[in-house]
Design a protein around this ligand. Sequence first.
Ligand code: MN3
Length: 207
Amino acid sequence: MAYELPPLPYDYAALEPFIDAETMHLHHDKHHQAYINNVNAALANHPDLAAKSADDLLRDLNAVPEDIRTTVRNNGGGHSNHSAFWLLMGKPGTPGIGGEPTGAIGKQISSDFGDFEAFKKTFNETTAKQFGSGWGWLVFTGGKLKVITTANQDSPLSHGLYPILGNDVWEHAYYLKYQNRRPEYLAAWWNVVNWAEVNKRFEKAKA
Ligand code: MN3
């Protein structure tokens, strides 16, 4: 079955003023849709693979035939990453969105990074340095939280890591509003983080 674009769980303007509605329209309707179209085209003659989730394909890219592996890695990766990304955000000012991390992830962040400010600094600085297009991620490995980056649409799933939190630093994610000021976008983004969703993903990462 072909993959389909999941609707945003909020209005396109919901993340204003931190992420503008025009960016959300282009990012969700055009960029994410394009990843889906490309991976669907690559899987059209592989119903056995198309029956799996994009996440499962990314967990075992060696099981994907070589002639479509790069397309699945890039575009299946794009579909998986963005599907998580939309859910990891919410309308600023509503309970559980922005502000200090809550629940188990809040405790783990304090224990592994000292406090939320120190964690944000590590995440923002690490992700700001990702050369070119890519993502900043929070993963759980060896009993500890760790900030990593990946290039392009590479998924932590392909490295045996479950992404708990992720921010997209492709220019398409921020250029209309922030132009070349990636650190400013990274700093503002914490205002829209959905901590309930982060906690949900932290549980899966620990399982
Ligand atoms: Mn993107």
